[in-house]
Ligand binder design. Structure first.
Ligand code: UD1
Length: 342
């Protein structure tokens, strides 16, 4: 059994937590990351937690020659987990070509490397954004793919199609696409976590930065949704739980237990929380007060999305285990650590 796993984007938020879980399970890891949205010091955090350092290669996956040379050197890659991508929804609307170029060329270079060098297993980082505003809740993997509201979301849809077509053409290739709901929280050691650059777009980083005094107040985008308290509902999943699903997926592929050459799983908790519920859970979990104000809806937001997790529960034998409160607490511990707060 090959034990070396390539993790692209391995110094990023979900990538770094996945590297830790892989190493905890005895895998060797090589990271490719261009550090466009992460820092090399993340490797120190990983080493502190696991007692080992992953191999690290800093380059851009859009550089086809570098990708080719990588596979020439690392001959024993057993599986690839592909996280490296741009992920800011708003930015993707302003710079669509940058998103299509980066997210799709890198994927195609990687797939070409897999074909040329006989690497057969790919785990792909997809998103619940492919479901848009779902017609039925909880949303299953069979729900129709909706026209994307952003180039970012579209890159995830197109990426799944590129993978699917490539796999059809090369019978030895296999892939698992994991559709994440809303990943939040940080490693319980508070040694790795999310490092948003500038003003965070996502809810939980904005909350922790407000609690630490960097932001004056949280703006709650809309309280006129058709939900129990009027605020929008999402399925918030702990990043360590999420990371573990990647390890399970890799093991499933290496053990040749997949039921088809391209499998797709939702990764969520199955439980929806409103924005105000998150605010209140955060206060309860951390004992911190939080200034917030209700403002208008954010363009492109959906009303309610949460996962049907039955397929992942049954097929992967995986389920989210960490409570929302512990997760929000971990996000706060991480925030305190990077801001040097007591
Ligand atoms: C978005 C993307 C998703 C992407 C994810 C992680 C869409 C539709 N969703 O999810 O594809 O994977 O980010 O990057 O493109 N909120 C506030 N105030 C804030 C920030 C957020 O009220 O300051 C609310 C939002 O309106 C939403 C909820 O909190 O209802 C979660 O927002 P966010 O964390 O940005 O995630 P999504 O928009 O669900």
């Amino acid at each position: 059994m090959h034990k070396l796993i390539l993790v692209t984007g391995g110094t990023g938020y979900i990538g770094s937590h996945t590297v830790v879980e892989l190493m905890n399970e005895g895998f060797d890891v090589v990271i490719i990351d261009n550090l466009s949205n992460s820092e090399k010091s993340v490797l120190d955090g990983i080493a502190k937690i696991t007692g080992r350092r992953p191999y690290f290669e800093q380059f851009d996956l859009c550089d086809k020659e570098r990708v080719h040379n990588f596979f020439k050197i690392y001959r024993k890659v057993g599986a690839i987990i592909h996280f490296a991508a741009y992920k800011a929804v708003g930015e993707s609307v302003e710079k669509p070509l940058m998103y299509y170029q980066n997210n799709l060329i890198s994927l195609m270079n990687l797939l070409q490397g897999m074909v040329d060098f006989n690497v057969h297993n790919l785990v792909f980082s997809s998103s619940c954004t492919v479901y848009g505003e779902p017609d039925e809740l909880p949303v299953t993997e069979k729900a129709p793919i909706k026209l994307s509201t952003s180039p970012y979301g579209n890159t995830k849809q197109i990426a799944e199609e590129i993978i699917s077509d490539t796999i059809k053409a090369h019978e030895l290739l296999k892939a698992i696409a994991l559709r994440y709901f809303n990943p939040i929280g940080a490693h319980p050691s508070a040694l790795i976590g999310e490092l948003p650059i500038g003003v965070p777009n996502n809810l939980v980083p904005f909350i922790t930065q407000t609690a630490s005094g960097i932001r004056d107040e949280l703006k709650v985008f809309g309280n006129d949704y058709n939900t129990h308290d009027g605020t929008a509902i999402r399925d918030y999943i702990n990043v360590v739980d999420l990371a573990k699903a990647h390890v399970v997926s890799v093991k499933r592929m290496l053990a040749e237990k997949t039921k088809s050459n391209f499998e797709i799983f939702n990764l969520g908790t199955g439980k929806g929380s409103s924005v105000l519920e998150i605010v209140n859970s955060f206060k309860k979990a951390t004992g911190r007060d939080l200034n917030y104000k209700i403002v208008g809806r954010r363009e492109g937001d959906t009303e309610a999305v949460y996962a049907d997790t039955k397929l992942a529960n049954e097929e992967l034998g995986w389920k989210a285990e960490i409570s929302l409160e512990d997760t929000l607490k971990s996000a706060w511990e991480w925030e305190k650590n990077i801001r040097n707060l007591k």
